[in-house]
Design a protein around this ligand. Structure first.
Ligand SMILES: [Fe+2]
Length: 265
């Protein structure tokens, strides 16, 4: 039997508001996040770290970041946070998860390395990876071939099959995939943004997308549409031999009725 080295829990797309009363399509996003977080703490008390893949805020307000800062400090688990298209990169990097956004971000978790990529474009909802980040990633992977690697970012690198969402894909994702294809120590590429689960495999690495802690988007819908699936998260077990095991779990119910007829968010 192979011993588990570390369990990561991925949380994504919290869409919190500066106001404690902020609602997204009928849901108080602080309440849905609190329900998800409580289930994670109950079911995964042994989590080594939380990986939060963007859209921490919906309205980019300072008060919202301060709320999340207090909340995460109360959990006492190391949290690695990526910016999404709704985030303020500067507030995230100073208040929630201190790091220098100028450099390729590599974090050690057990015998693994997490590489966290910023896929945001200031003022836009779509995704793009900076040429200097891709070059740094290529150079890093070329030099470090011993430890297994998980790469994370906010936006999706592969079409989700929804026209409206796929307008916000990482437009230069083929450049990223071409790099990852060359390095067998890369074992997983994970993202958020699409508010739905996806599990795939590309050669030597898993492709994983994770539900939002608030509303869910209906898969394969050409236009914006809400799914009735409940908020969730993903656990990812990182094994010492470079294999992974992963699954998605959801809370039992929404706190309030969903606005299923919404035309956007
Ligand atoms: Fe989102």
């Amino acid at each position: 039997m192979i011993a588990t080295t570390h369990r990561l829990v991925q949380l994504s797309d919290l869409h919190l508001f500066a106001s404690a009363h902020g609602r997204l399509l009928g849901q108080n996003t602080q309440q849905t996040f609190a329900a998800v977080r409580a289930q994670v703490q109950s079911r995964h008390p042994d989590a080594a770290a939380y990986l939060i893949t963007g859209d921490l805020m919906h309205d980019e307000g300072l008060t919202g970041y301060r709320y999340l800062q207090r909340d995460l400090q109360g959990i006492g688990v190391r949290c690695y946070c990526l910016p999404g298209n709704h985030d303020r990169v500067d507030l995230l990097a100073t208040l929630i998860d201190p790091h220098n956004p100028k450099y390729l971000r590599v974090e050690a978790v057990g015998g693994w390395e997490l590489i966290l990529l910023d896929s945001t474009i200031p003022g836009e909802d779509g995704g793009w990876l900076a040429a200097h980040d891709l070059a740094a990633l290529d150079a890093y992977l070329s030099n470090q071939r011993e430890r297994p690697v998980l790469v994370a970012m906010h936006h999706h690198p592969l079409a989700a099959g929804s026209r409206w969402l796929d307008q916000m894909i990482i437009r230069n994702a083929p450049d990223l995939l071409a790099i990852l294809d060359r390095y067998p120590q890369v074992r997983a590429l994970v993202w958020g943004h699409i508010h739905q689960q996806f599990d795939g495999q590309r050669g030597h690495y898993a492709l994983l997308a994770t539900p939002s802690t608030c509303i869910q988007f209906l898969p394969a819908s050409p236009e914006f549409a809400i799914d009735t699936l409940t908020p969730g998260y993903r656990w990812i077990d990182l094994y010492a031999d470079g294999t992974i095991n992963s699954g998605v779990e959801r809370i039992a119910a929404y706190p309030d009725p969903l606005e299923l007829m919404a035309l956007g968010y």
